[in-house]
Design a protein around this ligand. Structure first.
Ligand code: GDP
Length: 296
């Protein structure tokens, strides 16, 4: 599970700190050195770690904290607040159009979990009373269309496809029109991924964006790839502009480096996390709950 190693280390560090009663500046600095190492071992971006520790140090080393009745607890509280802030502060929700259909475009590299996430998101929205339409605009990966159709059947939600011989831009546009004329209020577009970011992929995604003007572009990244996921997010955001991130495979990510770096590096919030292969395994991302998971 995510943050396993980090949680164990930080809880050890803070147990020591809390056990001390009175704290000196040096005690706090020593603890923060341990925090810094633990974050780097969890594969958090170096620059992010540096700023994070600096912010905490500024708040924690001062008379108010050190001379308080429970200085250890105060420091932990500060770390908790800063961790929450690092992951975006408050939960960032999907933007739903006031005038339906809401158009959501999922983008990302191949294997990140895009198609699976289309299904999960459709289920999540359907559970909330929405009427999703899944649109198969990945015409390159041979199994992608079929995979989406199978998901649609399982969810009993319609899938719009025009096969793999049409231009994905036309498919996306026709999908939105189909939703409009069939009373579907959320369109979820599955787009093509590649093994690496390339200009052709970005060009196609930009054209789809221009054609359907999505309310949400969600970038799906695999948390298990750590800082690569962060780089991918930066690149996609620079080239295309994304509204939020879905961080998949959190169930297999023991370190959590991507979860702790993406928001700070890209400025874009993590909106959902994928926590398994099943259609129910999608959760809204709550920065405060994640911080509490780390600090116990
Ligand atoms: P795409 O190429 O981005 O469309 O990726 P897929 O949706 O086909 O997913 C690739 C693989 O990752 C599949 O085997 C999925 O079952 C798996 N997968 C997707 N999301 C998650 C997740 O949150 N946790 C786990 N454990 N596996 C996932």
């Amino acid at each position: 599970m995510i943050f396993e190693g980090l949680a164990e280390k930080l809880q050890g560090t803070f147990d020591k700190l809390r056990g001390k009663g009175k704290l000196s500046e040096e005690d706090v600095k020593a603890a923060l050195r341990e925090v810094k190492l633990a974050l780097l071992e969890a594969d958090v971006n170096f620059r992010v770690v540096k700023n994070f520790i600096k912010d905490i140090e500024e708040r924690a080393i001062g008379q108010e904290v050190l001379e308080s009745l429970t200085p250890g607890q105060q420091v932990v509280k500060i770390v908790n607040e800063e961790l929450t802030e690092l992951m975006g502060g408050t939960q960032s929700k999907l933007t739903l159009a006031s005038n339906p259909p809401t158009v959501i475009m999922l983008v990302g590299l191949q294997g990140a979990g895009k198609t699976t996430t289309v299904g999960k998101l459709a289920k999540n929205l359907h559970n909330k009373g929405r009427r999703p339409l899944l649109v198969a605009a990945d015409i390159y990966r041979p199994a992608a269309i079929k995979q989406l159709q199978v998901l649609g059947e399982r969810l009993e939600q319609p899938v719009f496809t025009m096969g793999d011989k049409q231009d994905p831009v036309d498919i996306a546009k026709a999908g939105v029109s189909h939703a409009e004329s069939n009373g579907r209020d959320v369109v979820i577009i599955d787009t093509a991924g590649r093994l690496h970011i390339d200009e052709k992929l970005m060009g196609e995604l930009k054209n789809i964006k221009k054609a359907v003007k999505p309310h949400e572009i969600l970038l799906v990244v695999d948390s298990m790839t750590g800082q690569d996921a962060v780089n991918v997010a930066e690149n996609f955001d620079d080239a295309l502009g994304v509204d939020g991130v879905v961080l998949t495979k959190l169930d297999g990510d023991a370190r959590g480096g991507a979860a702790l770096s993406i928001r700070e590096v890209t400025g874009k919030p993590i909106k959902f996390s994928g926590i398994g292969e099943k259609l129910d395994d999608l959760e809204p991302f709550h920065p405060d709950r994640m911080a509490s998971r780390i600090l116990g």
